[in-house]
Design a protein around this ligand. Structure first.
Ligand code: MLT
Ligand code: MN
Length: 311
């Protein structure tokens, strides 16, 4: 069995975003029927019902733990957390800042690509994660392995990480390094997350700049995918006057269009296709929008905070 809990379904900034007056941000602030606030990108998964791993740690982690009883400490102990560790898919603020919320002397295993570990190491605020309690472990690429708790016990969660097209974290971009701002392999990864006991699995890819033959071959015919839903169209932010950057510039493919994810995953025979990491400019967040209708007609679901999926 696998239990998946969506802690945060929005992209960086959340929805509403604090300084944004996109249609979606306004509708959510005005509590329009069918809309709801979305916190920043993260899921929690367990394969044994008691040990949960977070996949990305968002700046909203404190409220995400508060709002989801599965994340609460067991009342039989003076200190406890069902969270055994964290797996990071990149070094973006929306995926790592929540590590600082996990600093209160609790055993944890943190798995990340060496590139991400090195930026956490260079950034001394993360030294608040006491190494007596928090083990930083290298996440190997293209190798399936069981996530272990800090004490070495198994979690029954097996993962395999693989590189996907993407870019270096926004706060590490270096314009002097040319068109890709210093992006290296491993800056953006996707994950296959499986249950050791019954081999149920799904894919979690919250950032992906484009579909490749290798990636479509890897994900085809699976039961479920949680996939980058950042933008409906590439120039969405400019067309709404809330920013200049295109989706491609940010390392995200659109939902719509010839080069979009709906088209790219159309014939891959994936049973449950779910958008996650959705930007507050994306009209699919409005339940009555044409765009929501189109993604649903194409077999996609739009994730929301607190969504639970059992495989
Ligand atoms: C992204 O996914 O493009 C980043 O999270 C942007 C950000 O850091 O806000
Ligand atoms: Mn992001």
């Amino acid at each position: 069995m696998l239990k998946v809990l969506v802690l945060g379904s929005a992209a960086g900034g959340g929805s509403p975003q604090w300084n944004c007056n996109s249609d979606v941000s306004i509708a959510v602030r005005d509590k329009e029927v069918g809309t709801s606030p979305r916190t920043q990108s993260s899921i929690a998964v367990t394969a044994n019902g008691s040990d949960w791993f977070l996949f990305n740690a968002s700046p909203d982690l404190g409220s995400q733990i508060l709002n989801n009883k599965q994340m609460h400490p067991d009342k039989n102990f003076s200190r406890h957390s069902p969270i055994s560790g964290v797996v990071l898919t990149n070094g973006d603020v929306d995926h790592v800042a929540g590590l600082l919320t996990l600093r209160e002397r609790q055993d944890l295993a943190v798995y990340a690509h060496p590139r991400v570990h090195s930026v956490l190491k260079e950034n001394s605020i993360f030294n608040v994660l006491n190494p007596d309690y928090v083990d930083r472990r290298e996440l190997p690429m293209n190798k399936s392995f069981e996530l272990l708790k800090k004490n070495g016990e198994g979690s029954d969660l097996v993962i395999e990480a693989f590189e996907v097209p993407g870019k270096i974290a926004l706060w590490l971009e270096d314009e002097s390094k040319g068109e890709n701002f210093g992006t290296q392999e491993g800056d953006t990864i996707g994950l296959k997350i499986s249950s050791k006991k019954d081999n149920k699995f799904f894919f979690y890819i919250p950032a992906c700049a484009k579909m490749t033959d290798e990636l479509s071959e890897r994900i085809k015919e699976c039961e479920m995918i949680l996939f980058d839903g950042t933008l409906w169209k590439n120039d969405e932010m400019a067309s709404k006057n809330v920013g200049e950057k295109t989706g491609q510039r940010m390392g995200h493919m659109n939902n719509s269009g010839e080069d979009g994810s709906m088209e790219a995953l159309k014939d891959l025979k994936i049973n449950k296709k779910i958008y996650i990491h959705i930007n507050t400019t994306n009209p699919i967040l409005l339940p009555s929008s044409d765009e929501r209708k189109i993604v649903e007609e194409n077999g996609w679901q739009v994730s929301y905070d607190g969504m639970e999926i059992n495989l």
